[in-house]
Design a protein around this ligand. Structure first.
Ligand SMILES: *Cc1c(COP(=O)(O)O)cnc(C)c1O
Length: 423
């Protein structure tokens, strides 16, 4: 491969998304490779947040119904735009809650255990919060997680095979909950295939899209996925704690919310203040209380960027960046013991590259000192996510040079090989 800086410069000159870098706040000389954990702030997000703050300042309570973007319909209108990015109908998506809260909402709504079917299947590599949420639902229904929670096993500790997933889909399973992209290895699962496999056994399927929304195009509706949940603060750059999202296929919209609240009401009836709940028709029914508008507003500006560029173009640049990063690591750092654990095929990898290394924790500390922002995941993973909107090929090239210098000069050995509190 061509490892010269000139090659990276040429790639950048052909990149149609390069003009978007100035839309984001990047620190001078810093290479930010952690947009899969917390995306950077865009000027458009900042503007829509300021707009919301001004409406509060200028209108007080009337902000709910007056002004350019009245708060009462703000999440609903935004949800229709987000729905397009995940391949859902406008009524199937709601911008609300957080990943964990939305898992609770979807399980309390769709998990109806019976004597014959009471098992929930997850995978042994999933993020802890998802597992805690699922276990609590089993306990709430008087079921024992040691019996009713099953985990798809991984052969290599990093990825899942379709075969291993299929083996778990027995007649006593009620719900299958998997990530779209595994948060450590970056493996992208085939949502359509898995949904088909599960449906053939009468199992409801949900996906956690934390690591794919804003990075990978989805067709949730045509893939027939039953439900999905995600956050917007990773690839969608909506800010720390930004409001999350949920999708629920329209065939389930008759279901009463398991966790009901007045914001799940039909909008025209909500202020009747009746004790009889009039459920909203679509995914809006699964909102609970008053929306966190200050945490929602940045998403509006961000979505504009995604609408402008389109998910296909975002994905194709992301694939080119991660391929380039992987190839450069192999060419430049081949002798340093990095094991690339992200699947190679385009259709099997999300938006980041994961490198396993026994010294990962302190290599990450050395990278930070060299003004590269990586992401460490215990026990031995360095995640690197070049982001289509604000990373260039030269950034990737420069990052690999800084990493090479750290390895050549053993700089990482001056740090302890333990994780920080937030890592
Ligand atoms: C980021 C992430 C979470 C975080 O959940 P929150 O409720 O937003 O704190 C949960 N699950 C997965 C798979 C994640 O990647």
């Amino acid at each position: 491969m061509d490892t010269t800086k000139q090659f990276a410069t040429d790639m950048d000159s052909h990149d149609k998304m390069r003009k978007y870098k100035v839309e984001f706040y990047l620190s001078e000389n810093q290479l930010y490779m952690d947009g899969n954990s917390l995306g950077l702030m865009s000027k458009r997000s900042e503007a829509t947040l300021h707009k919301l703050i001004s409406s509060w300042r200028d209108k007080g309570i009337d902000g709910w119904t007056e002004g350019e973007e009245p708060w009462f319909m703000y999440p609903e209108l935004l949800s229709e735009r987000v729905a397009k990015l995940v391949g859902a109908n406008g009524t199937e998506v709601m911008v609300t809650g957080s990943i964990t809260v939305n898992i609770h909402q979807m399980l309390s709504t769709l998990f109806h255990p019976t004597v014959e079917r009471s098992v929930i299947v997850v995978d042994e590599l999933n993020f802890p919060s998802d597992i805690y949420a699922v276990e609590s639902h089993l306990r709430l229904r008087g079921l024992n997680p040691a019996v009713s929670l099953r985990k798809v096993k991984s052969n290599d500790g990093y990825t899942l095979t379709l075969h291993a997933i299929e083996e778990m889909l027995t007649e006593d399973v009620a719900i299958l909950l998997l990530p779209s992209v595994l948060y450590r290895s970056g493996q992208l699962l085939d949502l359509g295939r898995i949904t088909e496999m599960a449906h053939s056994k009468g199992i409801i399927v949900g996906f956690d899209l934390a690591h794919s929304v804003g990075a990978v195009p989805h067709q949730l509706h045509t893939d027939n996925v039953d439900f999905a949940i995600w956050c917007h603060y990773k690839y969608m750059n909506s800010g720390p704690g930004g409001t999350g999202g949920l999708y629920i296929h329209e065939r389930h919209h008759h279901e009463l919310p398991g966790l009901a609240g007045w914001f799940g009401s039909n909008k025209t009836k909500q202020f009747d203040m009746s004790h009889d709940f009039s459920k909203a028709d679509g995914a809006g029914a699964y909102q609970i209380g008053t929306p966190n508008l200050l945490s929602t507003a940045p998403l509006s500006g961000s979505v504009e960027l995604f609408e402008e560029v389109g998910m296909e173009a975002i994905r194709s640049k992301s694939l080119a960046l991660t391929k380039y990063l992987r190839d450069l690591v192999h060419a430049e750092l081949g002798t340093y013991g990095f094991v690339d654990v992200t699947p190679t095929a385009d259709e099997a990898r999300g938006g980041h590259i994961a490198l396993a290394h026994p010294e990962a924790a302190r290599i990450c500390k050395a990278l930070k000192e060299a003004n590269v922002i990586p992401d460490f995941r215990t026990p031995d993973i360095i995640r690197l996510a070049p982001i289509s909107f604000y990373s260039s090929f030269v950034d990737v090239w420069e990052m690999v040079q800084r990493l090479k210098k750290i390895m050549d000069e053993d700089t990482f050995k001056t740090f302890s090989n333990e994780r920080n509190v937030v890592a």
